[in-house]
Design a protein around this ligand. Structure first.
Ligand code: SF4
Ligand code: SF4
Length: 316
């Protein structure tokens, strides 16, 4: 029977767990300078044990790197290697790696190790050192400044029985470990996207999000080629103010486009004041609304006079 994919250690490491589930998380808040004893290498008894029976949620940057590595368009990658999921118990749609039917392992693992190692997903890089670094409300004040009072940032260790890396002699600080795993770049790339997810999580599902908004979030998060077509082949650029320099950048640069998509999503999903609708579009919309109002008013007047006339005729 296929093992149920519960919140896995790698998923916890990616999203941060805030020590709510202490089952395999050591109850210690660590800092960059904290030391850990750990080493993972092909000689460990458990080599690749952490690459099966897991849930690995992919961030937009993970997908970008993996599709480039595999020289595959996003839609093909998504179809072949992923399956849908909801992010962090919210209604935000995302994808996770689809484990192999035959052994419930990651599609990229072999007995020799990870075949996409230098482009492995963020969750794999974090493990076993998770980071909690989220604004609880993800909100901004009236001046558009981030509210940081509730921000909390710390590291924690996910320690699972099968992981023998903790028996190794190598000692590092968290900072050294993270540099070695290349997580700093990933953090920078994922930051705004994770913030969107955590913002949705902290608002709860009371605030409704339309299906169209969720579809847009999914498309922008998983398929940058489609998002680029949306920008350049729809009325997007007629609607929003986007400067020439940005337009040139996002035409060819996928990373720039990805960051741009986060800004756009923050504006459309949460109303962040980060994108401006063109003045003429606003005017046209106001005019259209006014025309509609005028039309309804004219209809109401006509209806009223028709009824009045009918009554008068009946009374004669
Ligand atoms: S991507 Fe690589 S490191 Fe991550 S689970 Fe798969 S095989 Fe393991
Ligand atoms: S030491 Fe831990 S991280 Fe390395 S392969 Fe074993 S289980 Fe995975």
């Amino acid at each position: 029977m296929k093992k149920k994919k519960e919140t896995s250690a790698k998923e916890k490491a990616l999203f941060g767990d805030k020590l709510k589930n202490p089952s395999n998380i050591l109850p210690q808040k660590l800092t960059m300078g904290s030391k850990i004893k750990f080493r993972c290498h092909p000689g460990v008894r458990c080599f690749t044990a952490c690459c099966g029976g897991i849930k690995i949620v992919l961030t937009p940057y993970d997908i970008l790197k993996l599709t480039k590595r595999l020289e595959m368009p996003a839609h093909e990658f998504l179809h072949k290697f992923t399956e849908p999921t909801y992010l962090e118990n919210t209604d935000m749609p995302g994808v996770q790696l689809k484990l192999r039917e035959e052994d419930n392992k990651c599609p990229f693992v072999t007995p020799e190790g990870c075949t996409v190692y230098s482009d492995r997903p963020t969750a794999c890089r974090y493990y076993p050192v998770g980071m909690a670094d989220f604004h609880e409300g993800g909100s901004k004040d009236a001046n558009g400044e981030e509210i940081t009072s509730e921000e909390e940032k710390f590291f924690f260790i996910v320690k699972e029985d099968h992981c023998k890396g903790f028996e190794e002699d190598k000692e590092w600080t968290i900072e050294e470990w993270r540099a070695d795993q290349g997580v700093d770049v990933r953090d920078e790339m994922n930051k705004e996207w994770l913030r969107l997810v955590m913002r949705r999580k902290s608002f709860g599902n009371q605030a409704s999000l339309s299906d169209q908004a969720k579809r847009m979030f999914f498309m922008a998060s998983t398929d940058l080629e489609s998002f680029r077509r949306f920008i350049f082949e729809s009325s997007f650029l007629d609607t929003y103010e986007v400067d020439e320099e940005t337009i040139e950048k996002i035409k060819h640069d996928d990373v720039e486009l990805m960051h741009f998509s986060f800004i756009y999503l923050a504006a459309t999903l949460f109303g962040a004041q980060v994108m401006k609708i063109k003045e003429e579009k606003i005017k046209a919309k106001v005019k259209q609304m006014k025309e509609r109002q005028d039309e309804s008013f004219q209809n109401a007047v006509k209806e009223y006079s028709d009824i009045k006339k009918e009554r008068e005729e009946n009374n004669e």
